[in-house]
Design a binder for this molecule. Structure first.
Ligand code: ADP
Ligand code: MG
Length: 669
């Protein structure tokens, strides 16, 4: 908080109704009450150590009650003098008779107006260390008195009238010091709308900026030879959802503006082949594609798939990761245009990677990348088409906020013949049975993953020890004789690749792994996923892991091991057993974690919305979006006198989010 404006827009997170005063004689033994009376006794009681306690007795016409203020004995001498009239609100306890412990209090001077802490509906602010409710209430009251009336109205009058939103002059005091809870709710509604409206204006303006075509942009050629050949080469017919999303993508790519599209679809729905169509269309237009994946394993796997399909079409495919043997040579081929498609990790957006004619950037598992990283890659071309793919579907209203500048496609259909993965919890007594089952399945030719959360992969090799020991134990114990392999993030890339190849070929029947296999890995013959200490994983992550199986027409299983240590952990496992839908899982995850921690919202600067709540106010997001679109259509530059306060509020809002990822996009592009 730097200005009075900031202070006034620091909204209460809740209110307490301390307005109704109870006669002391009627105070019941438990519950919270507010009483009003005169102090008849006041003592500073020293406790052990340096602690002290103020104890007062308050009397009204009906009786007396005590109140204690722990750790604040000094108040007895400074504030609570005999004869002073007070209002106190607190929980009724017992300390030498009925007594309110650590109550809120207000010393009554002559001025009724000055009640901030009790005797009214009081605001409860979010606090940080060193701040108290009393301080904030005082400061906000003073700020309201000093400048409250001078805060300009940023919402256009016509809009406010149409949506029945209260004016700022009325809403500000009502949000902080309402006379009724209804009044507080009305005021809150206005500021929630204001906040979401500013975000949507911002997002839509950014979209406008990002999709403004570079002067030399030519749309891609659609239905050229590569694209047509691709469809002939595919081993399976596309699903209706895939067809639909591909046509949305091609429509964007043919157009005069750069594509900005996010494809969401549950794990296993077949996003890769959708992206391949975009790659082929880019190639038809004579453009290069950069295809970015979050891990080397995934990049290598994509390279395998893409090479198999694109090389017969005459396109040259290259990988560029940290372990590319001759990166300088690869970069030269990329810069000269000899390479058509580059698949890589973060290396793709390093300074030294230059493209000849980058026309398309595909970002797989986009939620694994920061906003800034995505922008850096996009900045490599003259506004290349941008296709992002995500397997963690998020509720639409949140997508409108977080990815509001992008168009959204959803693949809501699985390839035919897939059976839902059956998910079960396995109590520790049954684990030996599970191992026996894995062994039988291996003999029948089915493959399994065992995923272990033991290791912080960024740690040194010593952190691996427990994992290695565990692997040793089961591979020489219950699974002895079964062909097992192990994969972890600390292996060097050649080793990793060799292990993955062994598993893919079916040579290794059981892959013991850390979460490096979480994203994207595709081995159709694997039908069993065992997750150890499952409650230690987040819900979305569990769903991703489970998505590694169930990729064929064979029945698949996911077994969750370990006892949850927290109620949330238990709920996560229950939610996973209850549903196979990524959207359900995402909703549940959102409820469990709150929007701030969900899906990088905090990283995107949206975790700390001032007042709006992306779950509770989901409907307002839609409204704000529509209103923002309507306004920008009429007045794209927000020009003119009547909109000047709005433009100013927008600038202020932008400045407030300056240091977060969202703003990065703008700066970099
Ligand atoms: P994800 O959306 O999780 O990235 P993938 O693109 O890896 O999924 O696809 C998962 C598996 O489904 C792959 O083996 C892929 O070849 C296969 N697949 C994709 N589309 C179809 C389809 N229409 N019919 C049958 N199999 C498909
Ligand atoms: Mg994928």
């Amino acid at each position: 908080m730097r200005t009075l404006h900031d202070l006034l827009h620091y909204f209460p997170r809740d209110y307490r109704d301390y307005a109704s005063i109870t006669p002391i004689a009627e105070v019941a033994q438990d519950g919270t009450v507010t009483v009003r009376g005169v102090i008849t006794a006041s003592r500073n009681i020293r406790l052990q150590g340096r602690q002290s306690l103020a104890h007062i007795t308050v009397r009204d016409q009906t009786g007396t009650i005590g109140a204690t203020f722990f750790g604040r004995g000094f108040l007895a001498e400074t504030v609570f003098r005999k004869g002073t009239e007070v209002i106190v609100t607190g929980k009724v306890g017992n300390f030498k008779g009925p007594c309110l412990s650590n109550p809120e209090y207000e010393v009554l001077g002559g001025d009724e107006e000055d009640r901030l802490n009790t005797g009214r509906i009081v605001p409860v602010y979010p606090l940080v260390e060193g701040l108290t409710q009393r301080m904030l209430r005082r400061w906000v009251r003073d700020a309201l008195d000093a400048v409250g009336a001078a805060i300009p109205e940023c919402l256009p009058a016509a809009l406010r009238k149409r949506l029945a939103l209260s004016g700022v002059a009325q809403a500000l005091p009502a949000a902080h010091f309402p006379d009724t809870l209804k009044e507080a709710e009305t005021a809150r509604g206005r500021f929630v709308f204001e906040e979401l409206f500013l975000i949507q204006l911002e997002v839509l303006l950014r979209r406008e900026q990002l999709t403004t075509a570079a002067p030399d942009r030519t749309g891609h050629i659609i239905n050229g030879p590569h694209l047509r050949a691709l469809d002939r080469l595919l081993a399976f017919p596309l699903t209706v959802a895939q067809e639909r999303v591909i046509s949305e993508i091609l429509h964007d790519m043919a157009g005069p503006r750069p594509m900005l599209r996010l494809v969401q679809g549950d794990v296993g729905c077949g996003k890769t082949v959708v992206a391949l169509h975009a790659v082929a269309a880019a190639a038809d237009g004579g453009f290069q594609t950069a295809f970015m994946a979050p891990t080397e394993i995934l990049a290598e796997q994509h390279a395998l798939v893409l090479r198999g399909i694109l090389e017969p079409l005459g396109l040259r495919v290259e990988t560029l990761t940290r372990s590319t043997p001759e990166p300088a040579k690869a970069r030269r081929r990329i810069a000269s245009g000899e390479t058509h498609v580059v698949i890589g990790t973060h290396t793709l957006f390093q300074e030294k990677t230059r493209f000849h004619r980058l026309g398309l950037a595909v970002i797989d598992e986009q939620h694994r990348f920061g906003v800034l990283q995505r922008a850096l890659l996009a900045a490599k071309g003259q506004r290349p088409d941008l296709l992002q793919m995500s397997a963690t579907p998020i509720p639409r209203t949140i997508a409108l906020t977080l990815y509001g500048e992008m168009d959204l496609s959803v693949i809501d259909e699985m390839p035919p013949g897939r059976l839902p993965v059956k998910t079960r919890r396995v109590p520790s007594a049954k684990v030996p049975d599970l191992y026996r089952y894995l062994r039988e399945q291996a003999e029948l030719g089915f493959q399994s993953y065992i995923v272990c959360p033991l290791v912080d992969e960024s740690e040194t090799k010593t952190a691996l020890t427990p994992l290695l020991r565990h692997f040793e134990e089961i591979s020489t114990g219950p699974l002895v004789g079964v062909s097992v392999a192990m994969l972890h993030g600390r292996m060097d890339p050649a080793e990793k690749e060799a292990v993955m190849a062994r598993f893919k070929s079916g040579d290794a029947k059981i892959l013991f792994s850390t979460t490096v296999i979480e994203v994207g890995v595709d081995v159709a013959k694997a039908t069993i996923m065992v997750i150890e200490n499952a409650a230690d994983f987040g819900l979305t992550q569990l769903h991703q892991l489970r998505g590694r199986v169930g990729r064929s027409a064979e029945p698949s299983f996911c077994f969750l091991l370990g006892e949850p240590r927290t109620p949330d952990g238990k709920r996560r496992l229950e939610a996973l057993c209850a549903s196979n839908s990524g959207f359900d899982i995402a909703e549940e995850d959102l409820k469990l974690r709150g929007p701030g921690e969900f899906h990088g919202l905090r990283q995107a600067g949206l975790g700390d919305l001032r007042i709006a709540d992306l779950v509770r106010d989901a409907r307002v997001i839609d409204l704000a979006r529509r209103e923002a679109q309507g306004l920008l259509k009429k007045n794209p530059g927000l020009k003119g006198r009547t909109l000047a306060p709005l433009a100013k509020a927008l600038a202020r809002h932008r400045e407030a989010t300056e240091n977060c990822g969202m703003a990065g996009l703008e700066v970099t592009l």
